[in-house]
Design a protein around this ligand. Structure first.
Ligand code: ATP
Ligand code: MG
Length: 318
């Protein structure tokens, strides 16, 4: 039809439909966002210990990395003090992960980003001890292969997002495509800058599909990185970890800080928040991250499926 009346009519219909669509998306988003402030759901007496919510970058607020002390550890002074508490959080993660796996309905994606020596590997090792390896997978992302570079930048990451029931950990992630790529000038700004928006849409889509997305930036100081690089050089058992490339990247420290700051500010959202975690003290870092994950899993409240009916009458024959 080409007459004016029916055109207006169909526009009105389309308008109403998109209103409904927007409302449905907003309701689903709000539902997802509830697990993103887990302390409001699962902590009886705020603030929790450790006080992880203080490290969450609230959407729209922005972060100044220079204002977050990498050496912060609240009232905790040494590793010994936090060992039992870390053990408790690990146990919670293991139990809740078993439920998430049994429920087989939702999943969790954890993103770890940091400067070299920042502690991504150590975090994985210490926080996920005791978790059933069947329900948890780690994906480490290096410079993309020729095949990966031939696709849109999200392609290789999207294939690794967790299916139902699983926790996946990204050791480096799609954020490299607005970090190293920017600092090294691998693509021009008009290519990397729109990626913030693309990343937000990607993570939003994941959230609406039942993936809880949590992102951690492990915040170390430049001095601490120097100490860690020196200790890799000094210890024969750590030398294999030393890479001359780390020294080259270190020269771009300020550029990386600017890139992290802008990336985190632009991509901490209602459904996929960033936590900037002080990481000069490894034991404090582990405790903060473990508690954040445990509380978020608890806020998700995964449930084992209901058993079949009539199990009380079942007899297993000899
Ligand atoms: P570790 O040193 O603890 O083994 P790592 O993550 O630093 O872990 P490396 O092999 O040292 O691993 O470094 C991987 C490199 O790949 C990093 O320098 C990182 O910046 C780079 N990289 C990751 N993703 C991309 C990407 N999308 N584009 C370009 N470079 C990338
Ligand atoms: Mg490295």
């Amino acid at each position: 039809m080409t007459d004016g009346t029916s055109t207006t009519g169909s526009r009105r219909t389309a308008g109403a439909a998109s209103g409904r669509t927007r409302a449905a998306a907003a309701a689903a988003t709000e539902d997802r966002a509830r697990t993103v402030r887990p302390e409001q759901v699962v902590v009886d007496e705020p603030p929790p210990e450790p006080d992880y919510p203080r490290y969450r970058v609230e959407p729209g607020t922005g972060v100044r990395l220079a204002e977050v002390d990498p050496d912060e550890s609240e009232h905790y002074q040494k590793k010994k003090q936090v060992v039992p508490e870390l053990e408790k959080q690990r146990k919670r993660i293991a139990d809740l992960q078993a439920r998430l796996y049994g429920e087989n309905r939702r999943s969790m994606l954890l993103v770890l980003q940091a400067m070299d020596t920042g502690g991504k590997d150590g975090t994985i090792k210490h926080v996920f001890q005791g978790v059933n390896p069947q329900g948890c997978q780690v994906w480490s992302f290096k410079a993309p292969s020729a095949e990966e570079s031939g696709h849109d930048f999200l392609w290789r990451y999207h294939q690794r997002v967790p299916p139902r029931g699983m926790i996946h950990i990204f050791n480096r992630s799609h954020y490299e495509d607005v970090l190293v790529v920017r600092v090294k000038g691998l693509v021009p700004e008009e290519v990397w800058r729109p990626r913030y928006e693309v990343i937000n849409q990607f993570e939003h889509a994941l959230a609406l599909s039942g993936v809880t997305v949590l992102k951690f930036y492990l915040h170390i100081s430049k001095e601490e990185q120097k100490r860690r690089l020196e200790s890799r050089l000094a210890d024969p058992d750590k030398r294999w970890k030393f890479s001359a490339n780390d020294l080259r990247e270190r020269r771009s420290w300020d550029d990386y800080m600017a890139a992290f700051e802008e990336a985190i500010t632009n991509t901490s959202t209602d459904v996929a928040p960033w936590y900037v975690v002080p990481a000069d003290n490894k034991w404090y870092r582990n405790l903060v991250i473990a508690r954040t994950i445990a509380d978020t899993l608890e806020a998700m409240d995964p449930q084992f499926p209901a058993p079949e009916a009539g199990l009380d009458q079942v007899v297993v024959e000899d």
